[in-house]
Every structure is written in C-alpha cells, then in structure tokens.
Design a protein around this ligand. Sequence first.
Ligand SMILES: Nc1ncnc2c1ncn2[C@@H]1O[C@H](COP(=O)(O)OP(=O)(O)OP(=O)(O)O)[C@@H](O)[C@H]1O
Length: 443
Amino acid sequence: MAKILVVDDDTTFCIMLKNWLGKRGFEVENAFSYKEAVKKLDKETFDLVLTDLRLPDKDGIDLLRLIKEKTPETQVLLMTGYADIQTAVTAMKLGAFDYVAKPVIPDEILKKLQEALKLETEPAKPVQAKVKTTAFAYIKGVSESADQQYEYIRLVGPTMMTVLINGESGTGKEYIARLIHLTSARKDGPFVAVDCGAIPRDIATSELFGHVKGAFTGAACDKQGYFVTASGGTIFLDEIGNLPYDVQVQLLRALEERKVHPVGSSVDVPFDVRIISATNENLKEAVAEGRFREDLYHRLNEFSIQALPLRERKEDIMVFANHFLDKANEELGKQVAGFDDEVMRIFNTYAWPGNLRELRNIVKRATLLCQGKLITKICLPPELSQKPVEPEKTMGTRREMEIELIKEALQKCRNNKSEAARMLQIDRKTLYNKLKNYGLEDL
Ligand SMILES: Nc1ncnc2c1ncn2[C@@H]1O[C@H](COP(=O)(O)OP(=O)(O)OP(=O)(O)O)[C@@H](O)[C@H]1O
C-alpha cells in the first residue's frame, strides 16, 4: 500500500483528501506545516509527498529540497495557485514529479499520484461520477422563485442551449450549473468548472485551449485545455465577465467553429462541450461599457437563470439551514437537533450578504460549538447576534471597513491574494470579487 504525506495548512482540505485517498487504497498522513512535515519525514519514509507550495512557516520548495536530499526516491507533487505556476515549473527542475493547480480536483490528484507511483490506472470505474453524485445534494427550496428556478433547470437541462446564470456570490450558481449538467444526456461525462476570475491573463488561452510542448518558456509538455478535458460533458465558466478581451475573441471563435486552437499548435482540435457560464456582475452593463463582447454575450446567453439572493427568498432560509445542519452533523459526528426560536428569528432577519455559502459556514460553526440539543444565539458569530441596523446606514461604513481590512491584509501578506484571503477568512474567489467591486484590482 503506497504511503502518502499530504502537507497543507488547510486542515479541512487535508482531512478530506486523507479520507478520499484512504478509500482508494492509499495510506495517508497529514502535516499542516513544514515543521510538522519534517518531523514525520524523520520518523518514516513516504512513497510520495503532496505539498502545498505555500506553507505557513516555510514553503514547499524548501520541503522539496529536503526530501530530495534525504530520500530522493520519494516523489513530490506540488499543489499551487495560479499565481505560483512559474515557481511550480522551477520546482520540477528541482526534482518535483509534477504540480496540480489549485483549486485541486481530487480525480486529477489521483491520476498524478498513479503516474508518479507508476501504479496501474484503475479500469474505467467511474470514480469521478460517483464522487460527484454523493457529494452533490441539490436542495430546491420552497419559495415561488425556487420553484421557477427549478422548473427552468428542468426544461433547459436536456437541451444543448448555452445558459448564463446571474447572481451574487454564494447564491448557488455553480450548484445550478451542476444540476443542469446532471439533468442532461451528458451527465456521465465530465463537469469542468473554470474560475475565469482566477486565471492570470497571460496563461488564460493556454488554460482554456491547451498548448503544445515548447509553445512558451515552461511549456515542458503538451497540455490539454479545459475545453478538451470537458469533451462529452459540460464546461462551467464562472466569473465569465473577468475573461480578458482578447480571450473573449478566441472563445467566440471556438464556440462558432466548435474547435480550439492550442497555443503553438498548427492544428485545431474539435470539442463537444455544453457551455454554462455565470457572472455576479451585470454583463449587459459590461457590454455597454465595451468591456465584454456583445456577440459573445448573446452566444452564451441563449437561456438565462437568475440565482436570487437569500434575503429575497426568506421562506428558503430555514430549509437550507436544516439541510446544512444535517450535513454538519454528519461531517462533525454530532447530533444537534435544530435551532431555537431566537436563532430562527435572527436567521430570518439577517441580510446574508454571503448568501448560501455564508449560511452553510455559520451553521457548520454553530454545530461545532453547540453543547446542547438546539443551536442557540451564543453559537452564532457576533455580527449575527447583534440587532440588524438599517441597510442604508450600514452600507457606507461596512464598505469602508471592508476596504480598510482588505488593504491591511494585502499589505501584511505582501499582496499575496491567497494568503490575504486566508487571513480574512474568506475564500480567494470572494476576495477577487470584493477587489473588483471596490475598484481595488490594481492593488
Ligand atoms: N441548491 C443548493 N442545495 C444545497 N446547497 C447549496 C445549493 N446551492 C448552493 N449551495 C451551497 O452553497 C455553497 C455555494 O454555492 P455555489 O458555489 O454554487 O455558489 P456561487 O453562486 O457559484 O458562488 P460564487 O459566485 O462565489 O462562485 C455550495 O458550496 C453549497 O454548499
């Protein structure tokens, strides 16, 4: 049984990966820092170390150097954000087997692990499809708008129409896209989610359409782009409004010709993919301002779905809260039965700026803290238990406070956005959205 050490300071991710790989026959240990990893490596030998490039004390490159010095036969696989891909390429020169871009897709890690450990790839067992169906539980809601949303998904799902989903962050746009995919004849094909807001401008073309070996410095081998990876399935282009203008032109051409042109290649590659995109900005405005191509907008928007903010469908709040409570009980091994009246009142009056994602996180935290049968006010973070203030009065101060906090975090993290997001306890995507909304993109 191959022994693997996963090193990342994101404890939830480590635990999740440990369980996931454990079920696939690997023996997995976790370390949450460089120091802890070194301790474990001193005690035992691992066949492979999967490490984040950024660790709280030192970085993955230091760990790679140490491993290659002590046990050169141990394979090292790096996990990295887009901003560090260049460093990851350097790491390969230092002996790393390969790297995977974050956010990582478990199946991609599994494939790389098998390559690195020279294991036989499992016969076409649909691991991917299985993981998705067990982890994905779409809750419909009971409000009128939820009914309509569900009906739209049901109708558009089986068609090949492109769908544009509009809605604030955390309203469930990706969940809607996944359900459309699962309702379609392509449900057994891949569902590939691409965060267009997180791909750096200079590698966007190669990430989407692929490249051939030697196309540019660092292109050590041929790379399949997301479009080809999604063949036979669905590609979900999240934050489509952030796609650079020149890439928009290439995307439009690809959609018209149903072929992609990998960077540096002389041949076009056909693809067979359903396209769903999402945005949290008003794309019509972006078109009017000349930031988004009108012809592409119409191509992507054969059908549109609005994901409503939670505060505009209050009847759904407790439905989702109970669903997230069930999930949290399961994940944390707890048996919390529900919410007391005061908490329900608070939930129904709070504005939920982070929508379903915020509700999920708050319920999970409260479940962890809950000592009794019901979740009470003391299990909630202070911003929820305080009396709601009129929105108009808070907007200015909340915005100013957020801008200050973001600037301070970026300064402290020397502009490293992933670290700043971690410090602010929000995910990287939310930070990018906030930077965009507050006009701080140049920071
Ligand atoms: N219909 C649903 N049923 C159950 N859970 C849901 C549903 N929709 C959203 N969620 C929960 O809310 C979280 C956020 O949803 P999702 O990622 O789809 O939002 P989003 O609008 O795509 O966010 P962003 O704009 O930040 O990309 C999900 O991870 C899931 O936990």
